[in-house]
Design a protein around this ligand. Sequence first.
Ligand SMILES: [Zn+2]
Length: 344
Amino acid sequence: MRALTLVEHGGIDRLRVQEMPTPAVEQPDQVRLQIRSAALNRLDLFVLGGLPGITLGFPHVVGTDAAGVVDQVGTGVTGLTPGDRVVVNPGISCGTCPMCTSGQDPLCRTFGVLGEHRSGTVAEYLVVPARNVAKVGTHLSWAEAAALPLATLTAWRMLVTRAQVQAGETVLIWGIGGGVSLAALQIAKHLGARVVATSSSDEKLAGAKALGADVVLNHASQDVAREVRGLTRIGADVVVDSVGEKTWDKSLRALRPGGRLVTCGATTGPMVQIDIRKLFWFQWSILGSTMGTVSEFAAMMAVANSGKLTPKVDLVVPLEQGIEAYRRLESGSQLGKVVIEVSR
Ligand SMILES: [Zn+2]
């Protein structure tokens, strides 16, 4: 099969499109998919240079998200048949340990993400456990379907499960443009919240407005914390911050007493400080979140299949030009997901 692979650690120039062995179903609970589109996440850029504690075999098939057609099913699989149109939840766990059976599969000791710990999705065929796929309606294009899983699931867990956003609350989302922040915007609106979105790009702010943001702020020219306090009098109920060092202090200044700050990343650096006196006096909740569970994936897909979560696609390139997708992601100028069309 054709696949986009990383031949050794380094930069984007270490990516190659090449023939790889076609995987087959080997376990009764597995399915094989013929991949139509795959999507990239920021994580895919981190994988290029290598991640601490992860040793890859080369050539390594890259890519974290995918959508395709079921092509083979294991003998123990129910509810899926060849020809089904599906998306892939890229978080793979054992399915049998106490964490998995109690519904906390991201805490499984063997938990890993396609493309990060395991062979990825930018390939003509992919074998995964059947519990990692969900049927997807034809209202989403293949590119939109592939753009959905990782970012939308991550944002779903952050807002629904961790921060428990309520109708009427104000949610501040830093750095609109990437998949998680755009998904957070759509989910917050679905929950009935008021969304304040920031970017340093007026073009992205116009895009956020078109996608339903109630208020947009340019964080390069405006004091976000002051603006949010002006809008709300007390501060935001929830702050979604995956920027890290650059925004941490401002996030806390924008947060109301009793507010929740939720994070799933640290793109500008991971080391921040907190004044514990403010933490307890203002009774803030600082919440970490990553990926999502099998049941959160099902809940998110039910909303997506009702037509209420449609990921924004920034760029689609064919497999042979997969490197261009990485260049776009690296530029940071995208509004939405970067997608690779694997097959038609
Ligand atoms: Zn497990």
